[in-house]
Design a protein around this ligand. Structure first.
Ligand code: ATR
Length: 281
């Protein structure tokens, strides 16, 4: 649709690079139908150097809100005038509220993950040993909400140790958290109860760079923040190494989307109805 055609309806979208893989348009369309909201939701591809121009153009042309995905969740913070408490703690933004005079940045990823883990997967994070793979924008948004659930320890493993260190230092006051390299994962470590993939690797690669000894067979549960129409590469890797329970990021995607939708439209969609229609694992 051209800017002229869409000007009558409030416009929303997801901005990222790449973005074609995103299922957010499908989910927000279901939410809009379910709650009778007159709105459009678009896929917006934006390389890093065009991010500011594209967001401002969208805001001037009926854009009321954006979801922000890889790799812009931290870079976008420089564009916002105001941060919600969650976004401020995370230092990352996944939802923009585009007002006529300013841009407010929110982060609904943490809430989305916690709701999916606790409500839909019946998972109790309290007292568990958690291995978080990745230290980018997606990881950043979920560290504080996970620590609030009081795991025994949260270990952040990343290819670049500097980013993992920075996250562990930033959130160190909120709970037991430490940073390691993938190669520091040892068979002799106490078993990880839950392994969360927050890297963007499944988008481009099949081969997982993590040592499989991270998984204690039939004990470790594996959760991928990524999702697909079939199993993700991380889920296949987890199954190959005999993980206990395995789940994709569909539930989190729907829950974070529902919270974005509530922020934008003031109504909370029924997520159970949407989850029923999707290939949730
Ligand atoms: P997002 O918003 O999805 O977190 P991001 O901020 O670009 O996107 O972060 C991508 C994450 O995936 C990072 O943890 C990155 O590791 P580095 O910090 O070392 O770059 C991780 N990642 C991406 N491709 C990877 C690969 N081939 N091997 C290991 N880690 C990878």
């Amino acid at each position: 649709m051209s800017d002229d055609q869409t000007a009558i309806l409030d416009r929303y979208g997801v901005i990222g690079y790449p973005v074609a893989q995103s299922r957010s348009p499908f989910i927000h369309r279901l939410f809009a139908d379910q709650t009778d909201q007159a709105m459009t939701y678009e896929l917006i591809e934006a390389p890093e150097d065009k991010l500011d121009t594209i967001v401002r153009h969208f805001q001037r042309n009926g854009g009321r809100g954006l979801n922000v995905t890889v790799p812009h969740k931290t870079a976008i913070t420089r564009l916002v005038d105001e941060l919600s408490e969650e976004a401020s703690i995370a230092g990352a933004v996944n939802t923009l509220e585009l007002k006529s005079d300013r841009i407010v940045g929110h982060n609904t990823d943490g809430l989305g993950l916690v709701r999916d883990l606790t409500h839909h997967w019946q998972y109790d994070v309290g007292g568990k040993r958690i291995l978080l793979l990745g230290a980018g924008g997606a990881a950043q948004g979920i560290v504080a909400p996970l620590l609030e659930l009081e795991p025994e320890q949260l270990v952040i493993a990343n290819r670049s140790i500097g980013k993992a260190d920075a996250l562990a230092n930033h959130f160190g006051t909120l709970g037991a958290v430490r940073a390691i390299r993938f190669s520091d994962i040892r068979e002799s470590d106490d078993p990880y109860d839950l392994i969360i993939n927050a890297t963007s690797i499944g988008l481009t690669d099949e081969k997982m760079p993590f040592p499989h000894i991270a998984i204690t067979p039939r004990h470790s549960d594996c959760y991928d923040l990524g999702y697909g129409l079939s199993e993700t590469p991380f889920m296949r890797w987890a199954a190959t190494h005999d993980a206990a329970r395995i789940r994709s990021g569909w539930g989190m995607l729907i829950e974070q989307a529902a919270e974005s939708f509530r922020i934008w439209r003031g109504v909370t969609p029924d997520t159970k109805d949407v989850i029923k229609r999707l290939p949730i694992n």
